[in-house]
Design a protein around this ligand. Structure first.
Ligand code: NDP
Length: 410
């Protein structure tokens, strides 16, 4: 590899993102009702208490006795165990929030909303400390015997070192992604909606924005064990991209439309909001349908029916450290229409929950713009992974299903 390639691929993009994402994180807080002060950098007492409670609560549900789900075996023969109590955690967290908001700490949503920049700062510090720890431990005393190619330090910090590290008895990625990131996303969109209602009165647009995200996130927790077979878990390592991303970027940026609408009230009529709700629910259902078809297909070893007919597939082979394995690539149903139709519905759903911000410029749409870039980039990352893994069988699949996301377009 030349010096140019080394800098171009392994140093400049990670350094750019390491600098750029925290700047955007601070910029998105410009709508914060309180002026940005020191607390936006180091947090406040309330923010640290909020962060500590969030982390301990999430950790508790992972160490509680309960059902265990094993994720896919890695190339190096590791089969990671996960705590399969996502829905219990989700329901208990929402009940706790309802109890606090209505009885124990009435108006806590407004307090959280008013402390958002300090909360993000506290999460930021926590996530950076965690990523630094994971980097050092991954280099000095890794928990698995997996060997990975060394890269320049900014790249390793950004990408992470280990695929399935554990900390305090729990899987780090289940803690940061599923439990902290996804739950904060859920909690904050509800917090912003309730705070908006308390401060300015209820608005149907804001409710639709929060309701669509609630359905989407509830679906995530319902299907959490399916998440352990996705790229986040099977491909991405525990580092800045994933752990900082889930602990800071998700609560800050994914919730931004709902945060924005707490101050800038939606301009949609009730009828328009109802239409957006219906369209958003359809997009979420179709996204779920794509994921479910693949999950059912894989679980049944290809012996299932899709769209009224037996599933069609291509047999594929791949090599692991333990030897040759076989699997199947689905070529019918949603996976026969395009190779990543699930991403199209994901983007449409996000567009719908940003739509209540229509008329306020580009700001409420930042998330869906970001998501489109993220998922198009992810298509290429996934195809590179699958092409390396399956070789000829992947080429055959691409010939049979030629479009990546939208038939006849892309
Ligand atoms: P996919 O669910 O599309 O999974 C891709 C993997 O599925 C491939 O690596 C391959 O893995 C397997 N695969 C690909 N094609 C086939 C096929 N034809 N038949 C059988 N298996 C196939 O990707 P993600 O993990 O990225 O997404 C999961 C969900 O999460 C989606 O709903 C997506 O929209 C959502 N998502 C949301 C994001 C957000 O920020 N809001 C970000 C990313 C994803 P294998 O090695 O097992 O063959």
């Amino acid at each position: 590899m030349t010096l140019g390639e080394l800098l171009h691929y392994h140093v400049i993009p990670p350094l750019f993102l390491l600098f750029f994402t925290p700047v955007v994180q601070v910029l998105t807080q410009l709508g914060d009702p309180r002026p940005l002060g020191w607390s936006a950098l180091v947090g406040s007492r309330f923010a640290w208490a909020f962060t500590a409670v969030t982390l301990v609560w999430a950790w508790l549900f992972l160490v509680l006795p309960g059902p265990v789900h094993h994720g896919p075996t890695t190339h190096f023969g590791q089969t990671p165990p996960y705590r399969a109590n996502g829905m219990l955690y989700y329901i208990c967290t929402l009940l706790l929030f309802a109890l606090l908001e209505t009885w124990l700490m009435p108006g806590v949503s407004v307090t959280i909303y008013s402390n958002m920049s300090a909360i993000l700062a506290a999460l930021n510090v926590t996530a950076l400390v965690l990523c630094t720890f994971l980097l050092i431990r991954g280099k000095v005393a890794p928990q698995s015997s997996e060997e990975i190619e060394p890269k320049p330090l900014p790249h390793e910090f950004y990408r992470g070192m280990e695929l399935h590290p554990h900390l305090l008895g729990v899987d780090v990625k289940q803690l940061t992604n599923c439990r902290v990131g996804m739950m904060l996303w859920q909690l904050l969109v509800l917090v912003f909606c309730v705070a908006g209602a308390r401060l300015h009165g209820l608005s149907s647009g804001h409710v639709v924005c929060a309701a669509l995200q609630t359905v989407y996130i509830a679906k995530f927790f319902w299907w959490e064990t399916g998440y352990f077979s996705t790229l986040d878990i099977t491909l991405d390592r525990a580092g800045y991209y994933l752990c900082w991303g889930c602990m800071v970027w998700v609560p800050c940026f994914y919730t931004y439309a709902a945060f924005f609408l707490t101050r800038q009230r939606p301009l949609l009529s009730d009828g328009q909001s109802a239409f957006v709700l219906a369209a958003g629910l359809l997009a979420i259902a179709l996204n779920y349908r794509c994921d479910l078809e693949k999950q059912r297909f894989r679980e049944s070893g290809g012996r299932c029916r899709l769209w009224g007919r037996p599933a069609e597939y291509i047999d594929a082979e791949y090599v692991t450290a333990q030897g040759r394995r076989t699997t199947k690539l689905l070529t019918s149903g949603c996976w026969g229409v395009a190779r990543h139709l699930n991403y199209v519905f994901e983007i449409l759903a996000a567009f719908c929950w940003c739509l209540p911000g229509l008329g306020h410029g580009v700001w409420p749409f930042l998330y869906v713009l970001f998501l489109t870039v993220l998922l198009v980039h992810r298509v290429f990352r996934d195809e590179e992974k699958c092409s390396n893994k399956y070789g000829k069988a992947w080429k055959k699949y691409c010939r049979q299903v030629p479009y990546r996301m939208i038939p006849y377009v892309f």
